[in-house]
Ligand binder design. Structure first.
Ligand SMILES: Nc1ncnc2c1ncn2[C@@H]1O[C@H](COP(=O)(O)OP(=O)(O)OP(=O)(O)O)[C@@H](O)[C@H]1O
Length: 279
């Protein structure tokens, strides 16, 4: 039977395409309800940085530090369910990373609420790695920080080192992390985070790091994590990654959720938007 989309415009800004089983049959893991995120940048004056402007500030006795606000996420709402892999796409600066950090509980919304069922883990941030420690010690540290017992760390240790591939060109696991390339460090972080199944796993461009074989391994691992009942969010500029891994996609533009639905129609609309913008 041909795929049927029920198009429902929930507000003036977001187009929701829904061809999935009724929401009542699926367990919600993340509810984002009308979330607004505003960054406050201190000392960023809006005026020009010229001698005249400085003199005028002195004459007017303006002593308070200038604060500028960046409204990065504007009224975003959606519900994610168990077993879903959700892509987040959008132009540079559209608010994708900000939204992930808000879901992870790292950024408080100015208004609106994020509800999560289980512990969200933002890949890379949760692995509390230290540059002066060796890769080996960091694996232990990262695993303990994720709540593994020493016995579980021992059990996963070799698998994490092998998965990261950091020893492929020498015994890098015995060297301090500061000697690693940024790609190697990112691979190790991914491998540590992926050793545990997560209730909600948030991946920000991490899959773009590493060579083709690491990317293949990591995509496979994300599929497994998804199978273990968690919800996975993937932010990526690589449209192929989103198409390969996610059956649902959110498209953000200038902080606004433009579209939410099955990956193919959302990606088609996003790609058309990007093409028109380039012209
Ligand atoms: N720490 C910060 N302080 C102030 N403004 C910020 C901060 N981080 C991000 N922003 C601003 O918030 C907006 C959204 O940024 P964000 O990094 O979430 O976008 P993005 O979609 O992930 O971008 P990209 O695709 O380039 O990674 C941008 O205008 C950015 O300049």
């Amino acid at each position: 039977m041909a795929e049927q989309h029920v198009i429902d415009v929930v507000d003036e800004q977001t187009e929701v395409l829904d061809d999935r089983t009724p929401a009542a049959d699926r367990e919600p893991t993340v509810i984002v309800d009308d979330v607004h995120i505003v960054y406050r940048v201190y000392g960023a004056s809006g005026s020009r940085n010229t001698p005249t402007a400085a003199f005028s500030r002195i004459v007017r006795r303006r002593t308070s530090p200038a604060i500028r606000e960046v409204h990065a996420v504007r009224g975003v709402s959606f519900v994610a369910h168990k077993g879903e892999a959700i892509g987040i796409v959008g132009s540079n600066g559209s608010g994708k990373s900000t939204l992930l950090r808000a879901i992870a509980g790292l950024l408080p919304p100015r208004s609106g609420t994020v509800y999560t069922n289980g512990q969200p883990s933002l890949l890379g941030v949760n692995a509390a790695l230290m540059n002066d420690l060796t890769g080996e010690r960091n694996v232990v540290l990262g695993c303990l920080a994720m709540g593994m017992t020493p016995a579980q760390v021992k059990q996963h240790y070799q698998q994490i080192i092998d998965f990261s591939g950091i020893n492929e060109r020498g015994e890098f696991s015995t060297l301090p992390m500061r000697t690693y390339s940024s790609g190697m460090a990112a691979r190790l972080r991914f491998s540590i985070a992926a050793a545990k199944s997560h209730d909600v796993l948030l991946i920000d461009e991490a899959l773009a790091t590493g060579d083709a074989s690491f990317q293949k391994r990591s995509q496979e691992r994300v599929r497994q994590l998804r199978g273990q009942a968690g919800t996975v969010f993937v932010v990526s500029h690589q449209n192929r990654t989103i198409r390969d891994m996610c059956e649902r996609t959110l498209w953000l533009e200038a902080g606004v959720l433009r579209m939410d639905g099955p990956t193919e129609p959302v990606m088609a609309a996003y790609e058309e938007f990007s093409r028109n913008r380039r012209r």
